[in-house]
Design a protein around this ligand. Structure first.
Ligand code: VGL
Ligand code: ZN
Length: 201
């Protein structure tokens, strides 16, 4: 067991981010078994789920002339246009069936507001609207977080950087993450994490 003040954040290990899913990440399912093996070492265990209404504004399908993986300007900044994914109640939004979710103390859903995307487990993409996770972790006495899951360059990256900004000691276990890697987003994400003081293990 690790110290009581350490949490694991298992980010978005859902069917749509695994091979065969709507926004499949190469090798996304390879990390399931090793995550199952590691989770019990932690005193505090949070699993996140990307959880979008079917008309979510991050979907290319909701914008005239937007093609998947292009960028548009939203009131809160640039936003990638994703294929429809992780729709509330769909099979794609369910956790990978091999993931042992019995280990989760808390399951946090994010991205449920139509107007704003939420890559980070802490703040939505406006960088202002909190998800409540900070309060959950602090009231449980957490000071250090370890992140694993999908995708390295989006939800893991944004969550890790926000955690570091909030003052948590942050480790990302790269071998237990997989990336989308859109136009250099993995290298950019790693640079951003390192500048924010995130440890890449
Ligand atoms: C994610 C793109 C869109 C992720 C979620 O979990 O990294 N990426 N929604
Ligand atoms: Zn999403």
């Amino acid at each position: 067991m690790r110290p009581q003040n350490e949490a694991i954040l298992v980010i978005d290990v859902q069917n749509d981010f695994c091979p065969g899913g709507a926004l499949a990440v190469a090798g996304g399912d390879d990390i399931v078994a090793p995550i199952n093996a590691m989770t019990p070492e932690f005193a505090v265990r949070v699993f996140t789920q990307d959880w979008h209404p079917r008309d979510h504004s991050s979907f290319a399908s909701q914008h005239d002339e937007a093609v998947p993986y292009s960028m548009i300007e939203m009131p809160y900044g640039p936003q990638v246009m994703w294929p429809d994914h992780c729709i509330i109640g769909s099979t794609g939004a369910e956790f990978h069936e091999g993931l042992d979710t019995r280990a989760a103390d808390m399951i946090l859903r994010k991205g449920f507001r139509r107007e704003v995307d939420s890559y980070s487990a802490f703040f939505e993409n406006d960088h202002a609207t909190p998800t409540g996770l900070e309060g959950y972790l602090r009231t449980r006495g957490v000071e250090a977080v370890t992140l694993v899951g999908l995708a390295t360059d989006y939800c893991v990256n944004y969550s890790a950087v926000d955690a570091a900004k909030l003052g948590f000691k942050v480790t990302v276990i790269e071998s237990l993450c997989r990336a989308i890697d859109l136009e250099g987003s993995l290298d950019a994400g790693k640079d951003g994490m390192m500048s924010a003081g995130v440890r890449l293990a």
